[in-house]
Design a binder for this molecule. Structure first.
Ligand SMILES: Cc1cc2nc3c(=O)[nH]c(=O)nc-3n(C[C@H](O)[C@H](O)[C@H](O)COP(=O)(O)OP(=O)(O)OC[C@H]3O[C@@H](n4cnc5c(N)ncnc54)[C@H](O)[C@@H]3O)c2cc1C
Length: 464
């Protein structure tokens, strides 16, 4: 049995863990990271990156298909379009491979030791890892738990056979003719839309009254419209009950009573739960907030010298939150004075069209007692949107009525995900409407709608 000691031990090399380890290495901290799968975690291997690759392929195919149907005003003719999903998936796997080996390279460059295998806690400062070359004991002064999350299973629909999670959906090599998606959150809608754009007949089943319940109705309206235009059936207020007797259909119950939805695959995307079992974490008896590990504003758990970051610590379960926590914890371990002082964590739905939200929505701002000014500028009045033949959506700014300090920025529209950094930078820097309005926004870009929204909130938009 081999034993090593280090100053910092990171469990899990997802976006939280690998960023923490790289920064710690840069700061000269003797760091070991343990990873049971591939460096990059959920995000790089079965989450953010592969889903966006699939979405891009689906979008490209859809554009080609509509051109081959002779439906476009651009004057482009395409002969019959087809898609070979196994090639698409191989391309996606290539991107994942490049990124995961890139992360391994970055860890090495930062002099971080990578141990491959599943870590099991013996106590708060010691883990054992079953590696290919035998058991490895690792002792550390400080431990960071970055074990991430797993997809939630429905008791009546356990994963297996036709019932799949997002992980399997991202590696299908044959296009399902009929796909039923259980869950109308961002993962279900992103993947459901992608499969519909590739030619699957898609039904989305959502137990709540509304899709994407975290976003307000104005933001979700264009997404719902597109779902309908694409022929996606949306059943809200509807619960998945279980498989039919033959196993070839999903039984659901909704306002219309019970019905059977035939499906080649049933994608269950109802949320994710923190990975806190199976690695001895239970025995550490760390304090919890619900199912998540409880942390303070420095990501400290209830045990001295044990930190937790990323999905295992709760919502929002997003890669950029995990990375920001990882970077902060590395600096704290290096002795720097840091605490979580972020003003916003932007969130994006890579649906069609995309939604981005940073800071407070109008309702959230009002419920926090703010008197607000709101400016909304439609892409229908934006030159760049016209040249891209997609004028759906808008940019909206929410500001304090008394000071004009920006509290929130949201947008829905094609490609708006790229506006997210301007949104969060404005909020993080405490921008006022005047700051955004007085910043020259290059023409012609969709980002001009941000400047116009700020002008509109001040009562003098120029292009509307
Ligand atoms: C389909 C899908 C799409 C998504 N899209 C987005 C998106 O567009 N944008 C976004 O911000 N987020 C997205 N997410 C969420 C994002 O992937 C997660 O928020 C992010 O990966 C969390 O990072 P993490 O470091 O906390 O954990 P993870 O990425 O889950 O990494 C944890 C790592 O720990 C390892 N591990 C666990 N236990 C042990 C152990 N005992 N020993 C050794 N290793 C262990 C695991 O193997 C894993 O590699 C998506 C998720 C899914 C499923």
């Amino acid at each position: 049995m081999k034993e090593i000691s280090c100053k910092l031990l990171v469990i899990g090399a997802g976006p939280g863990g690998y960023v923490c380890a790289i920064r710690a290495g840069q700061l000269g901290i003797d760091t070991v990271i343990v990873e049971a799968g591939r460096p990059g975690g959920t995000c790089l291997t079965i989450g953010c990156i592969p889903s966006k690759a699939l979405i891009h392929a689906a979008e490209t195919f859809d554009a080609a298909r509509s051109m081959s149907a002779g439906e476009n005003a651009l004057g482009i003719r395409v002969e019959a379009a087809s898609i070979d999903l196994s090639k698409t998936v191989a391309w996606k796997d290539g991107i994942v491979g490049r990124l995961t080996s890139g992360v391994a390279g970055l860890l090495q460059k930062a002099r971080v030791k990578i141990v491959h295998g599943r870590a099991r806690f013996r106590d708060g400062k010691t883990v054992e890892v079953e590696t290919e070359t035998g058991q490895q004991i690792i002792r550390a002064e400080t431990v960071v738990i970055a074990t991430g999350s797993d997809p939630v299973e429905l008791a009546a629909l356990p994963f297996g056979g036709r019932v799949i999670s997002s992980t399997e959906a991202l590696s299908l090599t044959e296009l399902p003719k009929k796909l039923v998606v259980v869950g109308g959150g961002y993962i279900g809608l992103e993947l459901g839309t992608a499969f519909a754009r590739m030619g699957s007949q898609v039904t989305v089943v959502e137990a709540m009254a509304q899709l994407l319940p975290l976003y307000d109705a104005d933001l979700t309206k264009p997404v719902k419209r597109r779902l309908t235009e694409r022929g996606i059936t949306v059943l809200t207020d509807t619960k998945a009950i279980g498989l039919s007797e033959t196993g070839a259909a999903l039984i659901v119950e909704g306002p219309e009573g019970r019905q059977e939805l035939p499906a080649d695959h049933i994608l269950v995307a109802i949320g994710r739960r923190p990975r806190t079992t199976g690695s001895g974490l239970e025995d550490l008896d760390l304090d919890r907030t619900g199912p998540y590990l409880r942390i303070d504003d420095r990501c400290r758990t209830s045990m001295r010298g044990v930190y937790a970051i990323g999905d295992v610590t709760g919502e929002p379960m997003l890669a950029h939150r995990a990375m920001a926590q990882g970077e902060m914890v590395a600096e704290i371990v290096a002795g720097k004075k840091r605490a979580w002082d972020k003003r916003c964590i932007p969130a994006i739905c890579f649906t069609d069209p995309e939604i981005v939200s940073a800071g407070l929505s109008p309702d959230e701002a009002r419920s926090q007692g703010f008197d607000v000014k709101i400016g909304q500028f439609p892409f229908a009045a934006n030159g760049r949107a016209m040249t891209m033949k997609d004028e759906d959506g808008f940019v909206r700014v929410v500001a304090r009525a008394d000071t004009n300090v920006v509290l929130g920025l949201q947008a829905v529209g094609s490609g708006v995900s790229e506006l997210s950094s301007s949104f969060s930078m404005a909020i993080e820097m405490g921008a006022r409407l005047e700051d955004i309005a007085a910043t020259i926004h290059a023409h012609p870009t969709r980002s001009e709608a941000l400047q116009e929204a700020a002008l509109k909130a001040m009562g003098h938009a120029l292009h509307i």
